[in-house]
Design a protein around this ligand. Structure first.
Ligand code: G3I
Ligand code: 9MR
Length: 553
């Protein structure tokens, strides 16, 4: 069978775990019966009726569904339906192991301040760039102890995305999601080998990778007052160059409340995750806890410092003027790490709603951590968390159940810049609910999200570079564009369909459609639909690992 084309029958191109729910989407023309045959044979192993055609408003097309869940024996198959080209289908007990590792390895590929050598990076090896050992304090960040122009050393960290800047707010949710994956599924990550420079040391590779960024984040706190700089950046974006070719000076820019609180939350979380590794990094856990407390105190004293780009700085803003969610999240993490009742009070748990998280709205992360550590909560709090997270999961699962596409992405407002991460963060919340109550529909709905980003979508495209039969070839990612290697750097989730099309008319290539799920182009100029970003890859790692770990055999 050939690779799926847009509008063809679509499945998860990496396949399915034996015990998973397995949905395929077919065009309306494929009425009648579907058949699954063993690859390369005509022996039918499963047949059934496709569902009646229904309109999926997100793509404006009528689609049918085929339920292949009864196919549980590992193997290679083909899905056939009347008038349809056959589609490859795989069932395998390790269907997502390489994806989980590859999506994590992408963080290594985005490391700042280091060379990637061929032993670890293969054809994507590159010289070191952005040492960041002598960045300057920007006027917006000047203080008595650190006047404008003061040199600071702030190396390491990950490049945020397709650009080469480093942003604390976006680092917050990203580091959190990766550490949460480890906190929840330690066995899976302890067994994983990423082939990064630290592989083989006493830390699991995922923690080594996250430390690369945490070490940078720690340098972004001003020891004089606990405040945290919002970002480390050029004044304008670098061109399409490799890291070692860039020359623009770099700055730490303005402290802000969101940066302080996101920093406080992840340092509190990291303090508990790294505690068992005291021998490897003596004093680190306590240092992180103290850093978290100092950042929290700065935020309490400066509760509404909203970041705005200064006039001479034109890079990513990550501006957010709603800070209640950041306060709640930081309070939750600090409470779980310190046990101090003052944080429980500051959290105002009863009054907090629950929502799908993203870089600008981190409230869902508070609920997630409280659910994971509910044995540390008072009985009434534990019950509240169980009820609220469960209800939210049931609500998302109901959306999935009613969807013509069997997907939680049912509203045009889901198709924002980075819509693929919106989908995966819906799955992440479904998984929190499933872990509490074991309601199967919640796991199946999360699976459908993973299917969607891996090819069960109207473009027939796996949105992860290097994974699946058709995947993006031209992500907006400076190294992928400038390294002279045909294949993009692998393991990156692109932002995905975004009818906002904010890269027009700068990007000379037009989108084919304005419909939410179709508004996508695989072109390097498309930063609004085809960029990569650390906060989009993190929930891919999380969901891929969770589904691998949680799906019953
Ligand atoms: O907040 C409004 C909301 O009120 C409104 O209803 C909605 C309608 O479109 O827009 C919302 O604002 C959006 C904002 O994100 C918050 O979600 C903007 O339209 C949208 O343009 C904005 O996109 C952000 C983009 O930067 C531009 O600022 C993305 O979320 C964010 O992921 C992206 O991040 C960039 C960094 O700046 C630089 N590095 C690369 C990275 C990925 O592209
Ligand atoms: O490359 C930049 C990308 O990382 C950002 O997400 C995006 C939005 O802030 O901006 C991109 O840079 C573009 C800039 O905004 C406008 N001129 C062209 C740049 C891309 O080539």
């Amino acid at each position: 069978a050939a690779a799926a084309q847009p509008g063809d029958a679509a499945v998860n191109q990496l396949g399915y775990l034996p015990g998973a729910a397995k949905w395929a989407v077919l065009p309306a023309a494929a009425g009648g019966e579907f058949r699954v045959v063993r690859a390369g044979s005509d022996s039918v192993v499963l047949r059934g009726a496709v569902s009646p055609a229904r309109l999926w408003a997100m793509s404006g097309t009528e689609v049918r569904l085929a339920d292949l869940s009864a196919l549980t024996a590992p193997g290679d198959y083909e899905l056939r339906a009347d008038g349809q080209a056959p589609v490859r289908l795989r069932v395998a007990p390790d269907a997502y192991a390489a994806l989980t590792a590859g999506a994590l390895k992408a963080f290594y590929f985005n490391r700042a301040s280091t060379a990637l050598d061929a032993r670890h990076a293969g054809p994507w090896a590159r010289p070191a760039g952005h040492p960041d050992t002598e960045v300057r304090v920007h006027a917006s960040a000047a203080s008595a102890q650190r006047p404008e122009g003061t040199p600071l050393s702030s190396p390491k960290g990950w490049y945020d995305a397709g650009d080469y800047n480093k942003y604390i707010v976006n680092s917050g949710i990203t580091v959190y999601t990766l550490l949460a994956a480890y906190e929840q599924f330690p066995a899976l990550f302890k067994a994983q080998h990423l082939n990064i420079p630290e592989s083989g040391n006493a830390l699991p590779d995922v923690l080594d990778e996250v430390l690369w960024n945490l070490d940078w984040m720690l340098t972004m706190q001003d020891p004089a007052d606990g405040g945290v700089y919002h970002k480390l950046t050029n004044k304008g974006f670098d061109g399409n160059q490799m890291p070692h070719q860039t020359v623009a000076p770099r700055y730490v820019v303005a402290k802000g409340t969101a940066a302080a609180l996101d920093f406080a939350a992840v340092m509190a979380q990291a303090s508990r995750v790294f505690k068992p590794f005291e021998a490897q990094r003596p004093g680190l856990s306590a240092r992180m806890r103290d850093a978290a407390v100092a950042a929290w105190q700065w935020a309490r004293a400066n509760p509404h410092v909203v970041f705005k780009n200064p006039p001479d700085v034109r890079t990513g803003e990550y501006g957010d003027d709603k800070l209640d969610d950041e306060f709640a999240w930081a309070a939750a993490e600090l409470f779980l790490t310190t046990g101090d009742a003052a944080y429980r009070e500051a959290l105002k748990l009863e009054a907090q709603p629950i929502r799908v998280p993203n870089w600008g709205d981190v409230l869902g992360l508070a609920w997630m951590s409280l659910a994971q550590h509910r044995d540390q909560l008072a009985k009434a709090d534990a019950e509240l968390v169980t009820r609220r997270v469960g209800d939210f999961g049931r609500q998302l699962a109901a959306t999935w159940q009613a969807s013509a596409y069997r997907l939680t992405m049912e509203s045009a407002s889901d198709f924002v810049w980075g819509s693929n991460s919106q989908a995966l963060n819906q799955a992440l919340m479904l998984i929190q609910a499933y872990r509490l109550g074991g309601e199967r529909a919640q796991l199946d709905a999360a699976q459908s999200v993973l299917d969607y980003v891996l090819g069960r979508n109207p473009l027939g495209l796996s949105y992860v570079t290097g994974f699946g039969q058709r995947s993006p070839l031209h992500p907006h990612h400076r190294p992928s564009e400038a390294d002279g290697v045909d294949a993009p750097v692998p393991g990156f989730l692109v932002g995905g369909p975004n009818p906002g099309q904010q890269d027009q008319p700068h990007c000379p290539v037009r989108y084919a459609s304005k419909l939410p799920a179709l508004s996508y182009i695989d072109h390097g100029c498309s930063y609004a639909a085809n960029e990569v970003a650390i906060n989009w890859n993190a929930p891919l790692v999380y969901v891929s690992a969770a589904i691998q770990a949680l799906t019953p055999p």
